[in-house]
Design a protein around this ligand. Sequence first.
Ligand code: AMP
Ligand code: ZN
Length: 484
Amino acid sequence: MKLYNSATHTREDFVPNSPDIVKMYTCGPTVYHFAHIGNLRSYIMEDILEKYLRYAGYNVKRVMNITDVGHLTSDADEGEDKMLKGARRENKSVMDIAHFYTDAFFADCAKLNIKRPDVVEPATECIGEYIKIISKLMDTGYAYFAGGNVYFDTSKLEKYYIFNDHDEEDLAVGVREGVEEDKNKRSKNDFVLWFTKSKFEDQALKWDSPWGVGYPGWHIECSGISMKHLGEYLDIHCGGIDNAFPHHTNEIAQSESYLGHKWCNYWMHVHHLNTNDGKMSKSKGEFLTVSLLEEKGYDPLVYRFFCLQSHYRKALVFSWENLDNAAAAFSKLIAKAAALDPASGEVDETALAALKEKFSAALDNDLNTSLAITAVYDALQAKTNDAPKLAALADFDRVLSLNLIEKAAVKREADAKAKAAAANSFAVISETGEVDAEIEALCLARRDAKKAKNFAEADRIRDELKAKGIEITDIPNGVKWSRV
Ligand code: AMP
Ligand code: ZN
């Protein structure tokens, strides 16, 4: 499998450290509010990566943190604490906010068929891990204490920028405007490992540490949680592209300085979902959540399909019109799958293998999900009986997770019911468009009599109608009447 590695800026062959297991880490949500569908684009594409690795035969152990402390409104350690902001907004405790939005996040994930990672770890559960790492960084001179906080000293590194030396624009990502400079830092990229002094005297969650009572910085959380569950060597680290700098850059700085060797081999970054006005936000414009999609009548899996139609390394523009197009394409796809006959015989294994090859080739090529969707259409059009087509769809859906088989079955049943209803339906129409309940009732009674093979009764009703001056003519699925 080829995977684009943001750390080397190239597509590389994916080779895990150990053939037995792929160790994968994902930056989890900051649980101060609902996730927007931009956040969820990142999690959908990371879910595809995890599922495709499993599909390709790897064992995977995937870990995700829940950021419930330390993430400030600026990723560069400035601004307000996001959790505190959420707690104030809702007049609740930080932990109540954290629990509520963690549950909301996984409920959204479930609706989008995003698998829950093997390990989900709240940042507040691992304080000891951060203290262990920070202590060693202090001992080895990679960290310093200033103005009450512990900072990482980036001047000690031979190379600090990992992801952005090819693209200066990336440097702007993650740095917010209107943020005042921290005078304690020796150089501008230094970052906080442990806060004891912050602008918020009312910081809700604090722990004892060798440097005083305080709380961890955001970046140290991911290094600590990853090492706790995945050890010293990581295969793949994922996140949205805005995490590349400074968050992931800082994770590498502190982890490798602590470990004394390379930490993670592959960095996978999902590009942003934008609106026509620019970057998606929880505070500006329409707050686009899974619940909002549902309120507007969209199946959340339409959004998953929409994401899969484009490559994860390209920015994607969200608009209701684009989502409508995806919804139309998705229902056409399901209709085609519904038209397949599940009782069409044996699966031709050679035909199935050929279909699978196309699908794997697409995802082997740096997770080309839009080509993988094309492989689904190709399977539907293959010149075989329906059995291998259905088998291919079921197989591909282990990765795509669009409920193709289930949705096709539901549609097939609904189509069959509609067909039966149409066959049973009986229209009573007058030549002139006139509606008459009594005539209609007599025509229906005649139909029932005919159905029951009571032809004498059927003839009697025809005569009764004639006596009323009504002439009837049988038509397919109905009867036409006129006044004579
Ligand atoms: P947060 O909850 O802010 O920590 O973000 C959760 C994840 O969503 C991170 O991996 C971010 O990089 C990612 N993310 C944030 N905004 C977007 C967006 N507009 N499109 C895609 N991913 C995003
Ligand atoms: Zn992280």
